[in-house]
Design a protein around this ligand. Structure first.
Ligand code: GCV
Length: 674
């Protein structure tokens, strides 16, 4: 009988250990170093009674947050470098990795979570409860509970190297810059600081007019410039190490410099000038698209590449991984590598807006790894997205990466125990953009689930058994999970065919009159009796032309375009012959079916893993997998029956028949829009 401690998932990957004694020697003193010492004493799994020296020493090979590890100690240039070294050392001890002569430097200087948290406590695209930062009632009261949550949050972030938090939604309320909200931001910043986390705010570009009483928010207006300078000065008087602003401008109804006939560069530079004296930065989002029937996937590139080189050096353009919007699979955004004279940072979505919310088990590390390792060819072979953004190729004053957080007040933080792995993976990839998802999953499972109680240790073979019966199959499930979601949601390059209501479940039919076309699925799948897919080739929107050769030609030709992106770039007849020898229609059917089968396999994997998981987490995940499975069937039935109206071809007979009727699925979906 194994001994499994009950767990509600609150401790994340930082579960309490039976620590062995360690003697920590550290000459310097600071709040950060005290945390480092305490973590070692509470988590030491190395030789009992060992002595470990923490030393701050200048070393050119070690970057600001980096560190060296050896059996005897940790060396870094800064206190926070020491703390990161401590977390890495403990992680290595717990995951049985060697500790000898490790030199570790982060890929990105700024590793930031974006919280889409509203000031009333709700979270846009949040599936794990209310905001941990803001709330509606007693909005400005800072309680002991608040502080202890923020502290746990800070610790979890620091343990994976995250060093920045944008506290509020990019759809920003101008109220964030009022004295009361700034005071609360200061209270949060004070708790995050010892863990090396800087605080940033999203700002509304119209703030000077809305809250400042000015007649305009034109970035070239002298009163507006003065207003922002005064506001920035006030912020730094409250939060001296404030990080800077995140801005969503001229996108989805948000105000911006184009409202005044100015460019993105005019807007970003005005804010950057105000922040510059304090070493603050502006993260200016490239997620822009006008309501037009032109190809939305082309718009960010079309607006930003012509103004490359016009931005101040403390502006970073924040670019979503793909050209549309965090879909299960997209090609990488063509802006990566194309903006050669401006700092560019990737934005990933940790919260699962389009990937089944906190109901589906989808390990997103595979998606991000695919993006980071995509070759842009902008500066020859090997110009991957990772290298184009981490300073390896272009001299950027700042290097940065952002992840849209999946965190809320739920006890387990993320709504789904396995969604915690996505928070973990974002941090690990931000620290090292060359890490493999397999390694990240391996670490996370060991840290989150391995139960090294003395009772279990008595059974000599426990670790081997756990490895074979839990670690390996659960890891495989995680590694397969993203492709499974692509298969049952949007295979072969399909995108944006989800239900408009909440972006959960299928909705390929949704196109009410008067809704902007680029918000409707038929705009993206273009299904008709002749075929399916968006023609982005040279004969279509020519989005392929935004990619560097050889990609432009490769994507342009359906025989060389990767299957996974086929319908992203091509409109093809239903009987188009695929590389597999099947028709396109059959291939679509088999992909949807495969996705469903994969989730059924996940259910079996998890059920078999029961003896190795505490009851609470076992049941919680089991229930979620059931919902995922039935939702996968819904996706398959909805998409196959809907597209069959155009293909007029039979669903291959070795595939399970649909169990939902199309008219009922549509009626159910549309009911929500009345
Ligand atoms: C914060 C998508 C989401 C919006 C989000 C937007 C963005 O459109 O649906 O909720 O707004 O992206 O990234 O700005």
């Amino acid at each position: 009988m194994l001994f499994l401690k009950a767990s509600d998932g609150h401790e994340l990957w930082l579960r309490k250990k039976n620590a062995l004694p360690v003697n920590v020697v550290c000459a310097a003193k600071s709040a950060t170093l005290s945390i480092a010492i305490q973590e070692l004493q509470q988590g030491w799994q190395g030789k009992s009674g060992a002595t470990l020296v923490l030393s701050i020493k200048k070393d050119k090979a070690v970057k600001a947050d980096g560190f060296r590890l050896s059996q005897d100690g940790i060396q870094a240039n800064t206190d926070i470098g020491i703390l990161y070294g401590v977390y890495e050392l403990l992680r290595r001890q717990q995951t049985t990795q060697p500790v000898e002569n490790v030199l570790s430097n982060p890929s990105y200087e700024l590793r930031i979570l974006n919280h889409w948290d509203n000031l009333n406590g709700s979270v846009e695209r949040g599936y794990a409860g209310q905001s941990i930062f803001w709330r509606k009632d007693n909005a400005f009261l800072v309680t002991a509970n608040d502080k202890s949550r923020w502290l746990e949050y800070a610790r979890a972030n620091a343990s994976v190297g995250i060093n920045g938090s944008v506290l509020n939604n990019v759809n920003a309320s101008p109220l964030i810059l009022s004295a009361d909200y700034l005071a609360r931001a200061k209270a949060i910043a004070d708790v995050l600081r010892p863990y090396g986390i800087k605080t940033y705010l999203s700002v509304n570009f119209s703030s000077p007019k809305i809250t400042g009483g000015l007649p305009t928010s034109d970035p070239l207006d002298t009163a507006v410039i003065r207003w922002w300078k005064t506001k920035v000065k006030e912020i730094y008087s409250i939060i001296p190490d404030f990080g800077g602003f995140l801005v969503k401008a001229n996108s989805e109804g948000q105000p911006g410099p184009q409202d005044f006939g100015r460019t993105h560069a005019d807007g970003a530079n005005m804010l950057a000038d105000a922040l510059k004296p304090y070493r603050g930065i502006v993260m200016w989002r490239a997620f822009v698209y006008a309501a037009s029937d032109k190809d939305r996937a082309k718009q960010a590139y079309t607006e930003f590449v012509p103004i490359d080189g016009q931005f101040r050096d403390n502006v970073i353009i924040q670019v979503k991984n793909g050209p549309v919007d965090f879909q299960p699979r997209e090609p990488f955004s063509p802006l990566f590598g194309a903006m050669k004279k401006t700092s560019v940072m990737p934005e990933f979505q940790v919260t699962q807006e389009y990937l089944g919310h906190s109901i589906h088990l989808v390990f997103l590390s595979s998606l991000w790894e695919e993006c980071l390792q995509s070759d842009t060819y902008q500066e020859g072979t090997g110009s991957t997205v990772a290298r184009c953004t981490d300073g390896s190729i272009y001299p950027q004053k700042y290097t940065a990466i952002a992840g849209v957080a999946n965190i809320g007040l739920d006890t387990n933080w993320c709504g789904h125990d396995f969604a915690q792995a996505n928070w973990y993976a974002f941090g690990r990839l931000a620290w090292n953009n060359q890490l493999k998802s397999e390694k990240i999953a391996d670490e996370w499972i060991r840290l989150t689930f391995f139960e090294s109680s003395s009772q279990n240790n008595k059974q000599a073979s426990y670790a081997a058994e756990w490895n074979e019966n839990f670690l390996q199959p659960v890891k495989q499930m995680m590694l397969d999970s993203r492709e499974a979601a692509v298969n049952y949601m949007m295979p072969l390059g399909f995108h944006h065919i989800m239900s408009a209501e909440g972006h959960y479940g299928p909705g390929p039919w949704w196109a009410p009159p008067r809704v902007r076309p680029d918000w409707t699925p038929p705009y993206y799948h273009q299904a008709d009796s002749a075929g399916v897919g968006f023609n982005r080739t040279r004969t279509g929107s020519n989005a392929v032309g935004q990619y560097h050769e050889p990609l432009a030609s490769q994507y342009n030709d359906p025989t060389t375009c990767p299957d996974g992106l086929l319908l992203w770039f091509h409109h093809l007849p239903w009987d188009y012959k695929m590389k597999s020898g099947r028709s396109l229609w059959d291939e679509i059917c088999y992909h949807y079916d495969k996705g469903v089968q994969q989730v059924r396999q996940f259910q079996k994997t998890w059920d078999k893993a029961q003896p190795y998981v505490d009851e609470e987490r076992f049941i919680a995940v089991q229930r979620k997998l059931r919902s995922q499975s039935s939702n996968a069937v819904l996706w398959k039935d909805a998409c196959l029956l809907y597209f069959q109206q155009f293909s007029r071809l039979p669903i291959p007979y070795d595939i399970e028949r649909p169990v939902n009727n199309l008219d009922e699925m549509i009626a159910n979906d549309m009911k929500r829009f009345r």
